[in-house]
Design a protein around this ligand. Sequence first.
Ligand code: BTN
Length: 348
Amino acid sequence: MSKPPRPAPPEVLILGALLSAGAAPVSGAALARQLGVSRVAVWQQLEKLRAQGFVFEGVRARGYRLAAGPQALSAPLVSAHLRAHSAGCPLTLLDEVDSTNDEAARQLAAGRSAPFAVLARRQTSGRGRLGRAWHSTDSGNLYASFAFRPRLAPARMQTFTLWMGVNVCELLTNFSGAVPSLKWPNDLLFAGRKAGGMLTEARVDADEIRDLVFGLGLNVNAPATAWPGDLRGRAISLAEHLGAPLDLNRLAAALVGRVLLAYDRFVDGSYAETFADLWNRHDVLRGRPVTVLQGPDRVSGTALGIDDEGSLLLRTARGRTQRFRAGEVTLEKVPPPDTAARPSRPGE
Ligand code: BTN
């Protein structure tokens, strides 16, 4: 039998009630009733939240409105946004951690029941694929890991990160209006520059995945000046792309909700109904000349998309179709069209 959900902490309930009410004030008495505490206790909670950067507007004889919240990640605010959308997920927000993926794996190993999410304001050893470092300073970006115990056959994992990728892209499109691209297998791009990366790590028993951690690094509000030399010109944040910062807490909550939903659809198999179409919508490689590096091997050709198992398909110069389960892809630069060969238009 599954355990009943733990009641949310009072500060989350208060923020949830104020968020749901929007511009309408909520009286101290109503908040006290909802929480089952005294009005003094409500006032004490509001004071605690004020100290964390929340601004409450008192509306004479009618109650409180949430006028502003902290711009940095706030655990009660993310949880309250989640509640306002009738979703819930235990989440831990850390000021600093080595890697949220490592922290989630430690908590799984210690027996914490899944699903849960671990977020951090910065990471000291953020990791990417192929042992690369993930730039993780406290500059308004998201570093998040989601822990699950899926009990699925290990072969199912091949499409997991790709499916999560299309869900993150769809969510970002709905949230911000900007449409990201996906570069197989785990990169999120805006205008050809990297805006996010995913790292899925699983512990596998003989014939079953014991647990898995899905890690997502998303460049949300970092300014262009935040990137060190080697990333300048290659990394980009959503704020840079859009020309305006995003509400990090609302976005984090929306992401948590979407990832949980996507996970359920992956486990029950219904993801297969939309996966290929969504992948094709965001795939930046399809139809373009690419080179795949796999260990010492280097294969060039035209990307054809992915197959049902999530492998990348490549048409080589010899007309053969090659399949890659893993590898590092680079998009080849296409030389600009030869203007001399272009038929001239009237007036040119
Ligand atoms: C990649 O592009 O190679 C994947 C990058 C994944 C980075 C995220 S940030 C949150 C989580 N914690 C980590 O150490 N890595 C992932």
